[in-house]
Design a protein around this ligand. Sequence first.
Ligand code: NAD
Length: 263
Amino acid sequence: MIRYSGSNGIAQLEEFLGMSRSVVGFTGAGISTESGIPDFRSPDSPWKRGTPIPFDLFLRSEEARREAWRRKFALDDLYRGAKPNRGHAALSTLVAGGRMSAIITQNIDGLHQASGVKPEKVIELHGNGTYAICLSCELRHDLARVRMLFEETGAAPRCAACGGIVKSGTISFGQALPESAMRRARERTEACDLFLAVGSSLVVYPAAAFPALAKHRGVRLVILNREPTELDSIADLVIHGEIGDVLSFILERRGPMPKSSIE
Ligand code: NAD
């Protein structure tokens, strides 16, 4: 493992990118802090306010559902208008150039798609908080309408089509991760030759199993984060730095690195 905090690490990452045909990006809450959305583990994280509401309690209890919606809308108010930042833009450029085959993300903020990455290239392991979904018929519901109904009636919303329980599109504690996202993430991880983990403490499983799987399959593993992570010891390169600074510097210097230039 090589650990860098300055320009040497950036040069090494540039070299790895230049040698790679298929990069997988893996992102955590750290990529969105520059957009004003705090990460999970920072002191005073708003994501940790209140005891978590596990999925089975959400299913069982109308009051738990109401509390989950109250918290959801309070968080939405804090980050309304958050826009993709330099880190999102850099990864989006790598995807557009064909160098990055997919972005596996633990984030629920939809900012990779907002930065221009096609939805089919974003693999969301923990769902997406920008819409709601019926747990029975899987119909998507517009959040603004769900909120309006909730505020008007005070009742946790039900699906207009089938009467099922409506929930934010995110995955709760105790809720199974989406099977198709897990399968696609595994396929991409097994097929790539560089795995770039950005802005994650790499402690949340099963998500953190993907960088470990990449390494196990002989894929080069790079970790970019401002502080040490759980998987630094198995990485080929660890860069301790600010995501926006590091990724935008590389992209500005090297340009989008279209795939055709390496074939
Ligand atoms: P985490 O909070 O555990 O780790 C984030 C890491 O990013 C930290 O180690 C932090 O030091 C680093 N970091 C923060 N800003 C950075 C920057 N600008 N440059 C470099 N490093 C930076 O987050 P996680 O590993 O993603 O796990 C948290 C869980 O919470 C995930 O499941 C995620 O779904 C959820 N979450 C999502 C969001 C979001 O969608 N934006 C926000 C908070 C939490």
